[in-house]
Write a protein that binds this ligand. Structure first.
Ligand code: ZN
Ligand code: ZN
Length: 274
C-alpha cells in the first residue's frame, strides 16, 4: 500500500506529459486511421486547453482534496456502513468514481447548459492523442471535478482511490483518443467489460444517434447495463460536430468562448439532409 501511495503521488502533470510523448510518437511512426493536414497545429491548439486547465485547477484541486477528506473524517457515504479491507475499498472506489462520471457525462449530453461546455470535447474533426486535452476547463473543474466530491459524499470513497482512478483513467483516455489501428477482436473480448478505443470513437461520431452512446470512460459495462451501448466500424465514422465543422471554429480561442455563444445542435435527421 505504501508503494502505491508513492506511485500515486507522482505529479499527474508529468505522467500526462509522458503519455502524450509516447502516443504522439507512435502516431507519427505507425500508419494511422485519420490523416491530418497540420498535425502540430492541432496539438498546439489542444495543448492550450491543458495549460489553462492546470492553471485554473490549482485552487480547485486543493478544495476537492479538502472536501473529500472532510467527508471521510465524518464517515459520510455508503462504504462507511460496512467493514471492508483497505485494498477492496480502493478498487470499489475506482468503480464508484467511474459510474458517477458515466451519469454526469450522460447528463452533459442531455442538459443544454452542460452540453454547451461538453461539446468542446466533441468538436474535434480528427482524433488523435491530443484530443485528450480538448475539454473546457469549466467542465473539467466544476462538472467532473465537482462530481468526484459528489461520489465521495454518496459512496464514502477517498482521495487515494480517486488518485488510482485518475491514474487508470488517464491511460484509458489516451488509448481511446489515439489515432492508431486497434483490432476489432479487442472490442469483442475486453470490450465486454472495459472501454476499447474503437468503442469510444463511436462516441465521437457526428451523428447524434451515435454521439449519445458509449458514455463510459473505463467500464463499458455501464453502457451495456443502462442501454446506451452502440457500435459502428471505425472506417465509417465521421468525427466532430457539423456545427463546428469550419477551420475558424477549431481554434482554441473560439472553442474557449463557445459555451457562451448560442450554437444550435444539429440532430440526426438534419445531418442526413445537410
Ligand atoms: Zn460526450
Ligand atoms: Zn472523447
Amino acid at each position: 500500500m505504501e508503494k502505491l501511495n508513492v506511485l500515486l503521488n507522482i505529479n499527474s502533470n508529468y505522467f500526462i506529459i509522458g503519455l502524450i510523448v509516447v502516443f504522439f510518437t507512435l502516431e507519427q511512426i505507425l500508419t494511422t486511421p485519420s490523416q491530418f493536414k497540420k498535425r502540430s497545429m492541432h496539438l498546439a491548439q489542444n495543448a492550450l486547453f491543458q495549460v489553462l486547465f492546470v492553471l485554473c485547477n490549482i485552487f480547485f484541486a486543493t478544495f476537492q482534496v479538502y472536501s473529500i477528506d472532510w467527508l471521510n473524517d465524518n464517515h459520510v457515504g455508503l462504504l462507511y456502513l460496512f467493514q471492508i479491507p483497505v485494498w477492496a475499498k480502493l478498487i470499489i472506489g475506482v468503480v464508484f468514481y467511474d459510474i458517477t462520471t458515466y451519469w454526469i457525462h450522460r447528463s452533459a449530453h442531455i442538459v443544454p447548459l452542460l452540453w454547451r461546455f461538453h461539446r468542446v470535447h466533441h468538436s474535434d474533426t480528427a482524433l488523435d492523442s491530443s484530443t485528450f486535452f480538448r475539454s473546457h476547463p469549466i467542465e473539467l473543474i466544476f462538472i467532473f471535478g465537482g462530481g468526484n466530491i459528489l461520489t465521495a459524499a454518496l459512496f464514502g470513497t477517498d482521495v487515494l482511490s480517486m488518485a488510482l482512478y485518475y491514474f487508470i483513467l488517464n491511460i484509458f483516455l489516451f488509448l481511446e483518443h489515439s489515432n492508431i489501428h486497434y483490432p476489432v477482436w479487442l472490442d469483442k473480448t475486453m470490450g465486454w467489460i472495459f472501454v476499447t478505443p474503437n468503442q469510444h470513437k463511436v462516441h465521437h461520431e457526428q451523428d447524434q444517434h451515435y454521439t449519445d452512446s458509449n458514455f463510459a470512460d473505463i467500464f463499458i459495462l455501464w453502457d451495456r447495463i443502462f442501454g446506451t451501448y452502440k457500435y459502428k466500424l471505425l472506417k465509417t465514422i465521421r468525427y466532430g460536430l457539423i456545427e463546428f465543422d469550419e477551420e475558424r471554429k477549431q481554434t482554441f480561442l473560439y472553442l474557449i468562448k463557445s459555451p457562451f455563444l448560442t450554437i444550435r445542435r444539429v440532430n440526426s435527421d438534419e445531418l442526413k439532409n445537410h
